[in-house]
Design a protein around this ligand. Structure first.
Ligand code: PHE
Length: 315
């Protein structure tokens, strides 16, 4: 019987034998009914046989069920060599990526990030920055004015005024945000991103300014010997004012940023005593820096939202 169970090849046959053995009229059922007539040893032997047979049936049933399952799986084989669906991964926009790199570098120098409103009042965008209404320098930037006299922020310099008004001095901050001017060509967009650094304390000099700019450009562009050209320039809110050019890999000089020592009038406008405190400010277009870093030639592509271009440019 034990051999018989082991050799059964289908679940149906196993079921039939089980019924013939343990069913109402089964052979084992009949023998168990007669058990009372047996002596102790024979009873024990029968019990053992009964238990063994049931166990064997169960084992064979499991085996046969597994065989059925395996046969089914064989038939519905999965072809794992097929290429998976291409994965569409999003990335951060190049401007977002470069902003986060720039912020990380400036923060590592001890500057803290500030933001401000894009619609500015005259005071923060011009007057406090030593550019009163009669000042010819207002024409340096073609501004978008609102009917109520407010302006779409033309420079993040407005943020440094807000920062000094709210936090006082000493202060080491950078302002970040969109700025707006009426101009548009391959290197100018009517909306662009600016970053502005400000460091005011008791003994801050022009060489601190140039040192920070140099260290910043070195980190951002990953170049070892940064060659700078410092040109005298004019901004109403700095004196002296400079413009900083960076010698690029191809030997060309690139205009990178405006900077200078903060004008005493600006400090006074923010309630700071210029005889006690002084410092510097620098400002640059961060889209421009990103263009240079990623070797792009048209600033407008940043804002076109053309995924094909972003892909081709490597983002
Ligand atoms: N605000 C100036 C500009 O937009 C840049 C600048 C910032 C210059 C700080 C000097 C100091 O052109």
């Amino acid at each position: 019987m034990q051999e018989q169970i082991k050799n059964i090849q289908t679940l149906e046959e196993l079921q039939a034998l089980y019924t013939a053995t343990f069913g109402k009229n089964g052979t084992m059922t009949a023998r168990l009914k007669e058990m009372k007539n047996l002596d102790n040893d024979a009873r024990a032997a029968l019990n053992t046989e009964n238990a063994t047979l049931r166990e064997l049936f169960k084992m064979r049933q499991t085996e046969l069920e597994n065989a059925v399952l395996m046969a089914g799986l064989q038939k519905q084989k999965l072809d794992v060599s097929l290429n998976p669906m291409p994965e569409n991964r999003g990335t951060l926009h190049p401007l977002t990526q470069s902003l986060s790199e720039i912020s990380k570098i400036l923060e590592s120098f001890g500057y803290t990030m500030h933001t401000g409103p894009e619609v500015e009042d005259d005071w923060h965008n011009f007057t406090a920055l030593n550019t009163p209404s009669y000042h010819p320098a207002r024409d340096m930037q073609d501004s978008f004015f609102l009917e109520n006299g407010n302006v779409l922020r033309t420079q993040t310099s407005a943020i440094q005024i807000r920062a000094m008004e709210s936090d006082g001095v000493p202060i080491k901050m950078f302002g970040v945000g969109a700025t707006y001017r009426k101009e548009m060509d391959a290197t100018h967009s009517p909306m662009f991103g600016q970053i502005e650094g400000l460091y005011i304390d008791k003994d801050i000099t022009m060489s601190d300014l140039i040192g920070d700019i140099r260290a910043f450009l070195k980190r951002f562009f990953e170049i070892d010997d940064v060659e700078l050209r410092i040109r005298p320039s004019y901004f109403p809110f700095t004196d002296p004012s400079i413009e900083v050019d960076l010698k690029w890999k191809n030997g060309r000089w690139l205009e990178i940023m405006g900077a200078g020592m903060v004008h005493p009038n600006v400090l006074r406008n923010c309630g700071v005593n210029p005889d006690e405190y002084q410092g510097f400010a620098f400002g640059f277009g961060w889209d421009r820096l990103a263009m240079l870093k990623y070797n792009l030639n048209d600033i407008r592509q940043f804002y076109d939202n053309d995924v094909r271009w972003l892909k081709k440019a490597g983002f």
